[in-house]
Design a protein around this ligand. Sequence first.
Ligand SMILES: [Zn+2]
Ligand SMILES: [Zn+2]
Length: 322
Amino acid sequence: MKALVWDETLKLDKNYPIPEVSDDEVLIKTTMAGICNTDYEITKGYMGYKGILGHEFVGVVVKTGKNADKSLVGKRVTGEINLACGNCSYCAKGLQRHCPNRKTLGIYKKDGCFCEYFTLPQKNVIPVSDAIDDITAVFTEPLAAAYEILEQLHIRPDHKVAILGDGKLGLCISLVFSALNIDYTHIGRHREKLEISKKLGAKVKLSDELEKDDIKNYDVVVEATGSSGGFETSVSLVKPRGTLVLKSTIAAKEGLNLASVVVDEITVLGSRCGQFRPILRLLEKGKIDVKPLVSAIYSVDEFEKAFFENEKKGTLKVLVKF
Ligand SMILES: [Zn+2]
Ligand SMILES: [Zn+2]
């Protein structure tokens, strides 16, 4: 089968073996996949991962293992990307996404979905309603990550909320907040990207148009820039005793000034992957239109080209059709 493999170099392998399906797994034939910044970061050394890339997909179940539900064959599905062990104390508490023994699809110890066929445990797989088209279904994972904020934090109608960052991540958060009628200001560097949020009814602001009044003005600020500068701006926007939500792994960088977090008693909330079901429900009801975020759709034979397109500045989501 065709598979986009990362092993110090990026290569579309046309003779990669189709994986065996173990007893609790299903075999999925990929229909469409999405390229994410995490995929790009892996090629820069993130997680030390080697293997088939990719974790954003929609596909069809073509085979089931001995113990897996046979009725899934022929169903369109997407799936949770963290493969938990099911035996540890975290898994027992329903915290599978924090299982210390977890593997992650296309990110850690488990081949990803940038290939024609891949496996997932049946418990990770979720059928996708016919009301959701393939392009929209591929966004389930990044939108679920955006929705995670609301699983962790109760945003009240009287809260002043800001999202900082207008890349894919910031825009996915904007789509979810807008679908849930949250009143927010989207702050970023690109007028054309902020326009997407503006059309959803959000207030928008360019970062260099931030005024004195914006400083310490927001109860909740979501940091989605992934840059140290963005982190510092985010901190400055939070009201004393407010909440700063960190969506990018900027926290890994050195030299961040955390003094005002202490002085203003800011609560810092780390936020990563989220659950798929609430997002699939919103998508099924047509509450989220992902189309403005699609920059290009490539065919599988042009996968390397698609990957480089994703790296270009100004590009939002690049999809690959199988
Ligand atoms: Zn992703
Ligand atoms: Zn576990």
